[in-house]
Design a protein around this ligand. Structure first.
Ligand SMILES: [Zn+2]
Length: 79
């Protein structure tokens, strides 16, 4: 009976030792994602394109700016 518990513990230790490395591996692959730059119009945040240029909306024609990934944070802060 004691042997079985000892084996279970060693197995759990092996699993515990292995899982952090597996987790760090997944985070590493997640971090290495292609840097996709999006462009948006300062006046029309709803217009988003992956190419730089000018806003196609009528009476606008503003130069598109790089949409930052932190836009979500600012939107949340506004709320
Ligand atoms: Zn615009």
């Amino acid at each position: 009976m004691l042997m079985a518990i000892a084996i279970l513990f060693s197995v759990a230790t092996v699993f515990a030792a292995h899982s952090p490395t597996a987790l760090s591996d997944t985070t590493k692959t997640k971090k290495v994602k292609p840097a996709k730059v999006l462009y948006t119009c300062p006046m029309h945040p709803d217009y988003v394109t992956d190419k730089p240029g000018k806003c196609p909306r009528p009476n606008c024609g503003m130069t598109l700016v790089v949409k930052k990934t932190t836009a979500k944070k600012t939107a949340a802060m506004k709320m």
